[in-house]
Design a protein around this ligand. Structure first.
Ligand SMILES: NC(=O)c1ccc[n+]([C@@H]2O[C@H](COP(=O)([O-])OP(=O)(O)OC[C@H]3O[C@@H](n4cnc5c(N)ncnc54)[C@H](OP(=O)(O)O)[C@@H]3O)[C@@H](O)[C@H]2O)c1
Length: 261
């Protein structure tokens, strides 16, 4: 079991949805948080609302520019030992491949894949030196099962799972745990913020997410996965909970379901 109390945890995507719920729960468990997203004001409000506000830090970053984000973080976090990195920030997509411009694919890869790699690569040497640490990355059920309207998002979420599998194998000897989280539908702003084919935000909710599990339930299951040092956990209900297993054992069924949906 990994204890959360007194751990220094760097959480990206803390301003909204799953990250916001995670910040509240981790703070209750006694963690010292470094809260990241682009929205400094929202992060400051969140920090001030948390128990032991003075021990948490705000670090505003734009993860669509991963190398620059790492430079900013390196300057701000000098001398801070990070125990757990939670790569939670992400952006989704709602557009058919036929309608999706190339820069949209790049934007999704920057935020959902390269930013995860950049932050993790920056921290791993420090964790290896200390022979301890925990990398948590929020991928998606869409990282196992491709469906319509998600060709860029799924590509990035599949990629990040591959990266996590590889570093898990490499880091075990150094005492570093790697946890991949695969949420199904969660009721957050994700659909509202999702990119459409021309790169503009969708600007409205969608029924699948609205009827998904709550951000609080998702965060609770992520905290448990961290405490139990899990390698990979699906956090979902209904068909999206079953989808990765169905994909593995009944791929033909999944192909029919996704094509006809
Ligand atoms: N909700 C779901 O159904 C669902 C399902 C599967 C996986 N997930 C994954 O769960 C994670 C959290 O999503 P959510 O549902 O909580 O969505 P959300 O409510 O839209 O929150 C997304 C978070 O990511 C941050 N973010 C987005 N672009 C960023 C950028 N360029 N730089 C820095 N931060 C950025 C946002 O902060 P700012 O806007 O303040 O920068 C926000 O805090 C994502 O990785 C998502 O792919 C969600």
């Amino acid at each position: 079991m990994t204890a959360i109390a007194d751990k220094t945890i760097w959480l990206t995507g803390a301003s909204s949805g799953i990250g916001l719920a995670l910040a509240k729960q981790l703070a209750k468990h006694g963690a010292k948080l470094i809260l990241s997203s682009r929205n400094q004001q929202a992060l400051e409000q969140l920090r001030d609302s948390l128990p032991n506000a003075a021990q948490h830090q705000v670090l505003a970053l734009d993860l669509s520019q991963p190398e620059q984000a790492v430079e900013t973080a390196a300057a701000a976090l000098q001398g801070v030992d990070i125990d757990i990195l939670i790569n939670n920030a992400g952006i989704s997509q709602r557009s058919l491949a036929l309608d999706t411009a190339m820069p949209v694919y790049r934007q999704l890869m920057e935020v959902d894949y390269f930013a995860v790699v950049a932050l993790t690569q920056w921290l791993l040497p420090q964790m290896v030196e200390r022979q301890q640490g925990h990398i948590v990355t929020v991928s998606s059920v869409a990282g196992k099962v491709g469906t319509k309207m998600r060709s860029g998002y799924s590509g990035a979420k599949f990629a990040v799972l591959g990266y996590m599998d590889c570093i898990r194998a490499e880091m075990q000897q150094h005492g570093i745990v790697c946890t991949s989280i695969l949420p199904g539908f969660v009721h957050t702003q994700i659909a509202h913020n999702a990119l459409t084919g021309d790169g503009s935000a969708r600007g409205k909710a969608d029924q699948d997410n609205a009827s998904g599990i709550s951000a609080e339930q998702c965060a609770k299951e992520i905290v448990t996965a961290i405490q139990k040092n899990k390698a990979e956990v699906v956090v979902a209900k209904g068909l999206s909970k079953l989808a990765p297993t169905l994909q593995r054992w009944f791929p033909g069924l999944i192909r029919r379901l996704t094509a006809n949906r």
